[in-house]
Design a protein around this ligand. Structure first.
Ligand SMILES: [Zn+2]
Length: 286
């Protein structure tokens, strides 16, 4: 699933392709459930003629701002991908929604597993307002993270995946950030010490920025993998320290990386660098 660096890479590529300022001349929907709202028919009517004033990211959403106060929101979920191609190209099997632009290009929403969703709304805040803080924004201070963690008696792994707690993280970057900060994913949020919170607050932006610099993480060449709009893949896989590196040595201490399950999610840790026991608290929480 694309996370913050992958979605930001797509946004950057859409901007570079000149989509900002362009006008949507029409839409076609081949799988109606991809359109979360309004109905597919209303979507096609209302999107026609909309001029895109800006493209940005909020959490894992791609946000298109229109001149008239509407927003188009796209969430790629498990396997969604965008193809920006000539309108002449024949439609591929999993291209469920097609937006046509002035000049002849089309943006096609390709989604083998069909979990991806598109919203056209006059009230984007209803959807985006639920999201937690952006980890790369200036406002994401250590104090804010500490306050938010201190209120939760929940394991860190599911908490960091929760988009209402912090926006944009998924399985890859949560595992990487917890390894960087030497914190076990089963630790309870409220049990973190001051130095641990500082380490986590530094690690989250560090792993995200590394992902961004490498234009995202693609784990393989299969259909479910991350591709940006020109079908290029990110290079960040080579820089992952624990994610999907089960059995390989920890880059810090050479202990073999383990795969464990935390809150039903596959999780990768170095059991030597990330210990569950803390002084005094001894949380038995696995
Ligand atoms: Zn280690």
């Amino acid at each position: 699933m694309p996370e913050l660096p992958e979605v930001q890479t797509i946004v950057g590529d859409l901007k570079a392709a000149g989509i900002e300022g362009n006008v949507i001349t029409g839409a076609k929907v081949f799988w109606t459930r991809t359109i979360a709202e309004p109905s597919a028919g209303a979507f096609c009517r209302r999107i026609k003629g909309q001029k895109i004033s800006a493209i940005r990211r909020r959490g894992k959403f791609i946000v298109f701002d229109f001149k008239k106060g509407n927003n188009l929101l796209m969430h790629l979920r498990m396997s969604g991908r965008l193809h920006l191609i000539s309108g002449e190209s024949p439609r591929k099997k999993h291209e469920h929604v097609i937006l046509s632009f002035r000049g002849g290009k089309q943006l096609r929403f390709h989604d083998t597993r069909k979990f991806g969703r598109i919203y056209l709304t006059t009230d984007a805040d209803r959807i985006l307002g639920r999201l937690g803080p952006e980890p790369l924004a200036d406002g994401f201070t250590r104090k804010i993270l500490a306050r938010r963690l201190g209120r939760r008696r929940r394991q860190l792994k599911p908490l960091l995946l929760d988009q209402t707690f912090i926006a944009g993280l998924g399985n890859i970057y949560v595992d990487e950030a917890l390894w960087e900060s030497r914190i076990h994913p089963c630790r309870l949020a409220a049990s973190l010490t001051g130095p641990e919170i500082r380490a986590l607050h530094q690690a989250i932006p560090r792993v995200l920025k590394r992902g961004l610099k490498n234009l995202g993480t693609s784990l393989g060449t299969g259909k479910a993998n991350f591709y940006s709009i020109a079908r290029h893949q990110g290079r960040n896989r080579d820089e992952l320290k624990v994610f999907r590196r089960t059995g390989r040595p920890c880059p810090r201490c050479r202990t073999k990386i383990q795969r464990i399950i935390v809150a039903q999610r596959s999780t990768h840790i170095c059991a030597n660098c990330q210990v569950l026991e803390t002084q005094g608290s001894g949380s038995q929480n696995s």
